[in-house]
Structure formats: structure tokens, C-alpha cells
Design a protein around this ligand. Structure first.
Ligand code: RAM
Length: 340
């Protein structure tokens, strides 16, 4: 290459490097966004927070990620209080209790902080809107149909939930009970709802107790990623005839998903928890920029997730729904296990 060509190339390269730098889109620039999950040590919560963080950083904002030590309202109240004193611009929280956070979250909103919740809602007076992972009745229907199918249409079944205060699990359990009223499910007997508090050891213990107390138990439905993973191990290791379904992370459940006796879970459901966090971030940004107020009918664009509309929620507040629950079974689990 002769010198002229080299210097021309160098000049072109310099000009390109001096041209407008690639900037983040900047819709969150100069603002601080906090995400508060249910508790530390829950991989699902970590994935939600990672989606939230990714979007805020890409949009030029500052992120504060808080995983309270325990899945309790008290632990979240002290986190919210410290975020109020830090004068953050927005808080997006997965509530550990529907009503107990109201005073703190109202104090935050009175101070001008935009408050949304995601994953597990707080009551309408405590939030501007709720980022719901999927339609509550749709989840209830999918889970009940799975219990009906896996049990062969009749027999005893139980629910292994997270904490007894968790509004998302409680809403899904209520939805299952409503669906269960239909004649089609009349031969199924729900024997007990037990709580593993989203702690692996407690979830293991209550699963073992269920198997002891109900030797004919046909299905356990665990609408929590922590619970389902713990129960899957108990059932599979003991070679129990009792089967499992519920809401699980493919990365934690792939070794338990299968159609044969060697596997404890024929199939389960979930959505992308990283996308829940991403939608939580876009919702918070739209609230901070006053593009939306959180009222039904408000619309906004959530980056690559697409366009969303805020709608009325069954509790009298509003919500924005990420999408439909997705079924994971032996045919697709390998595609998803490395993703989330
Ligand atoms: C657990 C948590 C979380 C819930 C998922 C399905 O990880 O309880 O809040 O949404 O399960």
C-alpha cells in the first residue's frame, strides 16, 4: 500500500472516530432508578434485576439494585426509606406484602418519586402502575389444566407456594381455585397449600411433609421458581410417583423435565424474567419522563419489547402485562436452559 493511500485511510479513520460518538439513547440520563426485589439469593429475582439494570444503563441512567435480606415487608420498608433519603427518581419494587408497604411507598410518591411495582404487586394506593408478568387468570388456567392432565383427571394434589403474603403467588392460587370450580376439575382434590417461603431448605422440608402426609398425592403444583426446583429434586431423588408442575426457571429445571418415570416434572410454565425487569425499567423511565402517569390507556414503547398499553387491573389499580405464560417441556427445555 503506498503512503498516500495509508494517510488517506488514517484520515478517514480519524474523521470517523471524531464523528458523533455512539451515545446511549439517553432517556434515563441524569436520573437514578432503583429496583427492589423480594429477596437476595433468588436467581429469578437476580434475572429480573439484571434486565432492569441493562435498560437503565443503556439509556444513560444510574441504577441502584436492592435485594433485601429476607422476603419480608419489613426488610423492604427499610430499603424504601433509604431510597427516599437518597432522593432517587424512581422505585420499581416486587412487593413482599400487598398493604404493609403503603405508608413508605406513599411517602416516596409524595416526595416526587415515581413508584411502580413488578412481579408481585402492592395495592393500588401504593403504586402508579404494576408490571405484571402475564395475565393472572391465564396463569391460573394453564396451571389447573396441567394439574388435570398430569394427574390423569382425578386424585389428590397440593400447592407448594412461596411466602403466605406473596401477592403474586396468592393471586395465582386464587385464580386456580376459581378455574377449579368448573365441573371438569371436580374429581381433583386440593388437599393443602403449603409455604416454602422461597427458601430452598424450607421448600424441601414442606415437600417431604406433603409426601408423608398424603401417600396418594398425585401432583404438586409449585407457582414459584424456588419451590418448584426444591420439590423437583425431592421427588426425583426419591423416585416418587407424585409428579410436579408449576412455574420454574428452565436453567434450574432442565434435569427434572421429562415424560418418563425418571423425571419428576413433565412440563411447567414461565416467562422471561429478564424481560420483566426490562419492562419494569421502561415503565419507570416513562413515568419519570412524564410520558405516562400510570393511568389506563397510557401507551409507551419499551425498546425492543415493543409497544405497551396500561390497562385496568382487577384490584382497581392499573397494570401492564408483559405477555402470555410459556410452556417448557422435553421438546424445548434444552433451547432455553442456557438463557434463563
Ligand atoms: C419466585 C419468586 C418470584 C416469582 C417466581 C415465579 O422466584 O416468588 O417472585 O415471580 O417465583
Amino acid at each position: 500500500m503506498n503512503k498516500k493511500v495509508i494517510s488517506a485511510l488514517l484520515c478517514a479513520a480519524m474523521a470517523a472516530s471524531m464523528a458523533t460518538p455512539v451515545l446511549a439513547e439517553g432517556t434515563a440520563e441524569g436520573k437514578t432508578f432503583a429496583v427492589v426485589t423480594k429477596a437476595a439469593g433468588n436467581p429469578y429475582n437476580e434475572k429480573e434485576a439484571s434486565g432492569f439494570q441493562e435498560v437503565i444503563e443503556a439509556e444513560g441512567g444510574t441504577v441502584i439494585v436492592k435485594h433485601p435480606e429476607t422476603a419480608t415487608a419489613d426488610a423492604q420498608i427499610s430499603v424504601v426509606q433509604s431510597l427516599i433519603s437518597q432522593e432517587v427518581d424512581a422505585i420499581c419494587i416486587a412487593g413482599n406484602d400487598e398493604n404493609a408497604l403503603q405508608a413508605s411507598l406513599q411517602e416516596a410518591m409524595d416526595a416526587g418519586i415515581k413508584v411502580a411495582c413488578m412481579d408481585a404487586k402492592v395495592n393500588p394506593d401504593s403504586r402508579m402502575t404494576f408490571v405484571n408478568q402475564a395475565g393472572t387468570m391465564e396463569i391460573g388456567q394453564a396451571l389447573m389444566d396441567a394439574v388435570l392432565d398430569i394427574s390423569g383427571g382425578e386424585g389428590q394434589w397440593a400447592i407448594l407456594s412461596a411466602t403466605s403474603q406473596a401477592t403474586n403467588q396468592n393471586a395465582w392460587i386464587e385464580a386456580m381455585k376459581e378455574v377449579m370450580q368448573d365441573e371438569k376439575y371436580s374429581k381433583l382434590e386440593l388437599v393443602e397449600v403449603v409455604y416454602g417461603d422461597d427458601e430452598p431448605q424450607k421448600s424441601t422440608d414442606v415437600t417431604q411433609a406433603l409426601l408423608q402426609n398424603y401417600p396418594d398425592l398425585k401432583v404438586i403444583c409449585a407457582p414459584t421458581t424456588v419451590g418448584i426446583a426444591a420439590a423437583a429434586k425431592v421427588l426425583q431423588d426419591s423416585g416418587s410417583a407424585c409428579k410436579l408442575t408449576g412455574l420454574g426457571l428452565p436453567s434450574e429445571m432442565s434435569e427434572y423435565i421429562g415424560d418418563d418415570d425418571a423425571h419428576s416434572c413433565p412440563y411447567m410454565f414461565l416467562w422471561n424474567p429478564i424481560d420483566v425487569g426490562r419492562l419494569g425499567a421502561y415503565t419507570s423511565i416513562a413515568l419519570v419522563n412524564e410520558e405516562i402517569t400510570g393511568a389506563a390507556g397510557d401507551t409507551f414503547t419499551a425498546g425492543e419489547l415493543g409497544d405497551y398499553e396500561i390497562v385496568d387491573a382487577a384490584d382497581g389499580g392499573t397494570e401492564v402485562i408483559l405477555g402470555a405464560p410459556f410452556k417448557f417441556d422435553p421438546s424445548n427445555i434444552d433451547e432455553w436452559k442456557d438463557i434463563y
